[in-house]
Every structure is written in C-alpha cells, then in structure tokens.
Design a protein around this ligand. Structure first.
Ligand code: MN
Length: 255
C-alpha cells in the first residue's frame, strides 16, 4: 500500500488553502494512495467537539469523510494545534488519532511524530501543552457554550501565532539528533517530523531522520511505497538525495 505523508497544513490560515487541499485529496485515490498520514497541525486549531467548528472547518472535515469513503485510510498524528481529536464526533473523519505512528514498509520501520515535544528547553510550552490537553480541559471544553468555544479558538490561534509555541524558532538540532538516535536504537529506520516547517535531515548509516517542510508553505508531500522507498513532491521542489537506490526522487513531479 502506498502512503502519502504531509505535515503542518494550518488550513484556514492562507487564502485558497482549502481549495488547494481539496484538489490534493481528490488526486490521492488516482495516485493509488491507500493511506493518508497527517503529521499534525492540519488546521490552525482543531478541537474535536463540533461546537468549536466553523462552517469552513466542517467543510474541510467533510473532505476527509469523502476520502475515507473512497477507500483511503486517514491516520492523524497529534500536533500542538490538535485538541481532543479522539472524540466520537471525529470518527467520520479519521481512522486513527495517535501521538505517534509507526509502520513497516519493505522491511523498513517508519515512525511519524509531530515533533513539538522535541525541544526540551521549552518548558513554558510543555506546561501549556499539559494543561490544555488535560482531562480537565476536555471536560471544560464539553461544557462551555458555543459562542465562548468559538472565541477560545480564535484566541488560541492568536496565542500560538506570537509565542514560542510556534515553529518560528531556531531548529533544536541537538535535540533532533538525540531524539533520532533514540528512535534508531529502538529499531526505527526512518523518522519523519513536522512542526518546524523547514527541511532538515540526519543520517547515520542506513538510518534517516527528516523534518518535513510545511505543506502550507511548500506543498510538500512524501509518498512512501510498499517496498520502503519514498519520494518527495512539493511546490518548493524539495527533494532529498540520500544516495540510496531505493529512492526515486522526482517521480511524483513528473506526473
Ligand atoms: Mn506544530
């Protein structure tokens, strides 16, 4: 089964992004993609309770329902902008909502994580994450009226935009390397992260770790094949040349 992987869509942030995303989703079944892996932060903010959803969010969620009806699995890896997406209300839109996603293809083990917990120095963010994603916050979110719910989303988006919760920081390279090595030691061959919005890679022997550029900015999609090979497609023309014969870069661009 072929997989498509993308991160940091932040839908609703840039004019026309919903249409651009809809066009991509329509393409996936034609490209024989059997599973869409979202590496977090699909919307500017998404809470898994319908009272938080604007009409455009509902419409975009509908695209996931349609995609699933066409036989494509949707695996949603939790990002810092994804709140309580385990709810029943989210069931039509994703097959799984997980903190990290591991799978094997062609004898290689892959791991996908959002990456917002990699920077260990960022204590303020870690505290905020713990509180905002707690059981208490979930129960609170279930009780507040719709008008308040919508305004909380707006304020959260504003807070995320100007604080260190955002990706606009120096890439924590040492943390990334340490984290990658831990995964390698556990038998993972290829690690993919999002969150930082710009490309970064690290290799040790056959093992590889990547930070995906944001789909929102670069249009980056990674296609992972049955045999464990993968190729990159994107508006930014970001290809990875790791010298491995099983990577056939550029194939997707040729279409
Ligand atoms: Mn993020």
């Amino acid at each position: 089964m072929r997989r498509a992987l993308l991160a940091d869509l932040h839908l609703g942030q840039v004019a026309g992004d919903y249409q651009r995303f809809a066009a991509l989703l329509v393409e996936l079944p034609h490209r024989k993609v059997g599973e869409l892996v979202l590496a977090g932060d699909v919307f500017r903010t998404l809470v898994g309770l319908p009272r938080f959803w604007s009409p455009s969010v509902r419409e975009a969620l509908g695209l996931f329902a349609q995609l699933r009806q066409r036989g494509v699995r949707v695996v949603w890896v939790e990002g810092n902008r994804d709140f309580f997406l385990h709810t029943e209300a989210m069931d039509p839109y994703r097959d799984r909502f997980v903190p990290s996603y591991g799978f094997a293809a062609g004898g290689r083990r892959f791991l996908v994580e959002h990456g917002d917990l990699i920077n260990r120095q960022d204590r303020q963010y870690r505290l905020w994450r713990t509180i905002s994603k707690s059981h208490l916050a979930f129960w609170g979110a279930r009780l507040i009226p719709k008008v308040v719910a919508q305004s909380i989303v707006t304020r959260t988006e504003q807070a995320l935009a100007k604080t260190n919760f955002s990706y606009r920081r120096v890439l924590p390279e040492q943390d990334l390397v340490r984290e990658a090595r831990q995964h390698f030691a556990c038998g993972v061959d290829v690690v993919f992260w999002g969150h930082f919005h710009r490309f970064w890679s690290f290799a040790e022997g056959e093992k590889q770790a990547y930070v995906l550029p944001a789909w929102q900015e670069e249009g980056t999609v990674v296609y992972i094949e049955d045999d464990g090979s993968f190729s990159w497609a994107g508006g930014g023309g970001q290809f990875v040349d790791n010298g491995k014969p099983f990577c056939y870069q550029g194939q997707e661009m040729a279409r």
